[in-house]
Design a protein around this ligand. Structure first.
Ligand SMILES: Nc1ncnc2c1ncn2[C@@H]1O[C@H](COP(=O)(O)OP(=O)(O)OP(=O)(O)O)[C@@H](O)[C@H]1O
Ligand SMILES: [Mg+2]
Length: 458
């Protein structure tokens, strides 16, 4: 699974030039208007662009001018995400950067970069896909190719006849391909089924096909090279089994990034919306206002043959006397109702806090890539908050919660706190430099962590 380690945002709302290091659990605190919700919105935006494929992802903010820093429409928004991927064998650092605009009401992705450190870098700009190997990796595979060529006289001869042009290895370090696509992942998709990477199979059979049927290939020479190198694999009876390392890695990484975007779960819960009766749909993601809570909960109930254990665990701790049931309306809308002792309550009679817990605990069940909850404290009393925060800390899912609540600050390990501050119209995020020392200093002064924060001592 991909882990998001850091974000660098440029020009989104008050996030003029912001870097944020992320842990597994992050509590974002800050004054009103410091930019907490703006960070939450950034994740909404990424999902709108890469998953919902929204034609106008800025509509939510009433247009690009409101989404771009200081309404400077001529500026582009840029988001750089730093991921880490751990496999059994190796750890990969992956950076994905996307730069886009919505000037004149027209959303356009201007540039995307995908870098797998130590391997290669892809840049997609102006419908041109550029592929650059890192020297170390290139040299390694080139040595293997060279070795292979020495062993395979037939191949060697073929190569010598077919393309003198690749006597210089440096030619292969950069490739340009013209492609019409909305984004990098789309651009790679059809091509990934006919891989274009230049690489070696584990069996040391050389494979490199680059769309040799594609007319838009930029470099004619390169095409010759590819056709030459395609030969050994065509001879192989079990061709499909030859997965090239670089190709396989790129495919895995792009799939994971796309999945990461599709599983971003943002909650800016609105109690009236949470209680909404919604038509039953088979697959439903939790929407940011909470308006699909009832279907999501019902789907989980159907899938697991009962309310999922995680939700039951939270509810029984906080509200031992209640039981959740469902009702369907004549027009196939579903809603949760609560049996409180013997009292059956429809949504309008259910406490806001109970419904909020239902919504957040359903979110925890959805296996999101990152769960972001704005103003976690709303509608919840301290014990409920504490229980929910414990669930966040022990969940597999990475999370960010924002809060104004001193109670939440005091319940949080100082190393998990991120402080948002806005100066001269720009948000900056920072962590507490030395959490242990800060805690001691405040303890010695006889004040709590939240008091320390409120009085500017963190
Ligand atoms: N396009 C923009 N350019 C620059 N700054 C902006 C832009 N849009 C919003 N802002 C700034 O962001 C602020 C709102 O930030 P945000 O909603 O993230 O605050 P918050 O920390 O969530 O506050 P609260 O605790 O009150 O919810 C606005 O008051 C404004 O200063
Ligand atoms: Mg806010």
């Amino acid at each position: 699974m991909l882990k998001l380690k850091k974000i660098h945002v440029m020009n989104f709302k008050s996030l003029r030039d912001c870097q944020i290091k992320l842990g597994k659990f992050n509590v974002l605190i800050g004054a009103n208007s410091s930019g907490k919700t703006n960070l939450v919105d950034l994740f909404l935006l990424l999902r709108k662009i890469y998953t919902e494929k929204n034609m106008n992802p800025f509509r939510y903010w009433w247009g690009y001018q409101n989404a771009v820093w200081n309404k400077k429409e001529e500026e582009n928004i840029s988001v750089k995400l730093f991921f880490n991927l751990k496999t059994k064998e190796k750890s990969y650092d992956i950076i994905f950067q996307t730069t886009f605009t919505g000037i004149g009401g027209q959303f356009r992705i201007l540039k995307e970069k995908l870098e797998i450190k130590g391997f290669f870098k892809l840049t997609f700009e102006n419908n041109r896909l550029k592929f650059v190997y890192e020297k170390e990796y290139f040299d390694k595979i080139w040595d293997e190719i060279d070795g292979l060529m020495k062993k395979r006289n037939d191949l060697r001869e073929f190569i010598l006849r077919g393309g003198e042009q690749f006597s210089d290895a440096s030619q292969f370090r950069e490739q340009n391909i013209w492609i019409q696509s909305r984004d990098l992942f789309e651009a790679l998709k059809p091509r990934l089924s006919s891989p274009f990477l230049f690489d070696i199979t584990p069996q040391k059979k050389f494979v490199s096909y680059i769309l040799n049927s594609e007319p838009e290939l930029h470099s004619k020479n390169f095409r010759n090279v590819i056709m030459v190198f395609d030969v050994p694999i065509k001879k192989s009876p079990n061709r499909k089994k030859h997965t090239t390392r670089g190709y396989y890695l790129l495919r895995q990484v792009t799939d994971m990034i796309i999945e990461f975007f599709s599983k971003i779960l943002v909650l800016k819960l609105n109690i009236t919306e949470i209680k909404r009766l919604v038509p039953i749909k088979k697959e439903e993601w939790l929407l940011e206002d909470g308006s699909t809570t009832n279907t999501v909960l019902y789907n989980l109930y159907l899938k697991e043959g009962g309310i999922p254990d995680g939700i039951v665990r939270i509810l029984s701790r906080l509200f031992p006397e209640i039981e959740v049931k469902f009702s369907l309306t004549d027009d196939q809308r579903v809603y949760a109702k609560i049996l409180e002792n013997d009292l059956e309550l429809p949504p309008v009679c259910i406490a806001d806090g109970i419904y909020k817990i239902l919504s957040i605990s359903s979110a925890l069940e959805l296996k999101s890539s990152i769960l972001i909850v704005d103003e976690i404290e709303n509608s919840l009393y301290p014990k409920a908050l504490e229980k929910i925060l414990d669930e966040f800390k022990s969940a597999d899912t990475m999370s960010i919660v924002t809060t104004h609540s001193p109670v939440v600050v005091d319940m949080t390990d100082p190393k998990d706190l991120i402080i948002a501050e806005k100066k001269a119209g720009e948000t900056k995020f920072r962590r507490i430099k030395d959490p242990t020392a800060a805690r001691k200093k405040l303890q010695d002064a006889g004040i709590t962590f939240s008091e320390g924060w409120l009085y500017g001592n963190l």
